[in-house]
Write a protein that binds this ligand. Sequence first.
Ligand code: F6R
Length: 612
Amino acid sequence: MCGIVGYIGNRNSLPIIIDGLKHLEYRGYDSAGVSIINSDKKIYSFKKAGKVSIMDDAIDKDFYTGSIGIGHTRWATHGVPNDINAHPHFDMYDNIVIVHNGIIENYKYIKTRLIEEKYTFITDTDTEVLANLINYYFRKTKNFEKAVRMALIEVEGTYGIACLCAEEPDKIIVARKGSPLMLGIGNGETIVSSDASAIINHTKNVVYLEDGDMAVLTKQGFFLKSVEDKDIFRNTEVLDFLIDEIEKGGFDHFMLKEICDQPETIQNTYRGRINFETGVVKLGGLEHVMDKLINAKRFIITACGTAWHAGLVAEYMIEQFCGIPVEVEYASEFRYRRPIIRTDDVMISISQSGETADTLAAIREAKKFGATTIGVVNVIGSTIAREVDAGTYIHAGPEIGVASTKAFTSQLMSLALITLMIAGEKKTLPDKTLIEIAQELKNIPEKIKHMIDMREEYKKVAEVFKDTKNFLYLGRGYNFPVALEGALKLKEISYIHAEGYPAAEMKHGPIALIDEYMPVVFIAPKDRTYEKIISNIEEVKARKGRIIVVASDDDEQISSYADHILRVPTTLPIFAPILNVIPLQFLSYYIAAARGCNVDQPRNLAKSVTVE
Ligand code: F6R
């Protein structure tokens, strides 16, 4: 949510900042801006509503040539997305300029106080208030670092900030609380960013800031202190992904690339973690909490959006194979409803970004009550990954398309591995079954590849439905969460209204929507609910609904019910969601692309939701 880049070193900062902002744009794209300190030691800013490319086209590159600068791409929280509200923001004396991710919750109170001190404001943003507050303390202390510190101590809410000071034009000060920030350590230069994708082009060595950390960056390097002025030390870590992974690689969109990457990403999730001959799973990051896992009285799964759908699938898996009760909660609801949490509960939190504010808050709540917290996270070194007691990375690689695809299937695979690991330890599954599952797991990448090769078939169906106004998605058992996920994918990138339901629930309301215009997608692999779902299909057919079925390759009977068939390879029920979601990802992608939608950056959405 919003992206920050800053550069200090000996190179021209503008191209580095703009390139970084383009890599961060998936986090927010309402407006973009930069502030550069030119060789005359003065700060010059330029900002524009709209995408980074609009700012990039409009800015005079011969003028902005300094080697110190900060930039921002915005996802609006306070104030409409226009030129004025775009970051960076100056204080009223043009002394402090700041880019900010997050929300200052007490900004109204601070603003009122500053107005009493004769400060005036030109934007509706909380960030401008923070710039003025820093300047207020700068006027008292004549010290940039002290002023930032004093201001931040007063602030309630979340922030990742980078700021410059006209009266101390040789440094950038950065700080974080609840919003990610990291330093890329180059040769004679430092790049600050909210996300590694803006840094990887320049260096692989990074220092992740933690909540309450502040860093002062100069051309000589940087030093770290806490906002409270205490000494701190953070290790330098090495980024482990390749530049190729954040490029489109010849595909029209990141989303399409990420869908097609799934044979590989799924393999990366399980590689080295399962013995195919014995079915034994080892997840290094969970070994030290194994006792807690096998003796858990209950699992509480918390997540948001797509990750929550993965959590619903895990509920079916864990209850079926491990015999442990599972509750799946929207993290945003969990944190505010005084949940009952016990010390023998284990919370599994699923998050692609590892930064989702609600998921993080749920983890903190669980920790307060002594539960064991484990993370199933994609982004290495993210806040959730660092705050949980134990965890496993899904290793899907950077996901740039705002609509989650490869992270979802890797989350499902990770959750299957956790299930098998616990079932193996608890002996709730016969060895024979474990081996059978492990053998099938090995086939999953090839089966996904088969679907990718036949994506033109899915595209043909998408073309039929591109102008439709509504969609229903229905599934049962393991495939009910897949129905939810299919509907979410479609609505977020094509803006077509879509709902997912457990198929049997249809009779309790949604059936009223069925007429000859309503497409209904059934997820109907040949499993133990097959006959039931055929009855549901008949009910829709009787009301003239248009029937699309995700059906097993070997299901011949289905053609007498379906108007359109999205074929999928057969597999065991535990892996069915991984395969069945793929035609639905393609369906939504091709519908959105045919409608001319901005697939990778759908309106109003941001990749990483770091505000409540
Ligand atoms: C949908 C989507 C979102 C995220 C949700 C949680 O395609 O991407 O629904 O799944 O915002 O994000 P993470 O997984 O980063 O916690």
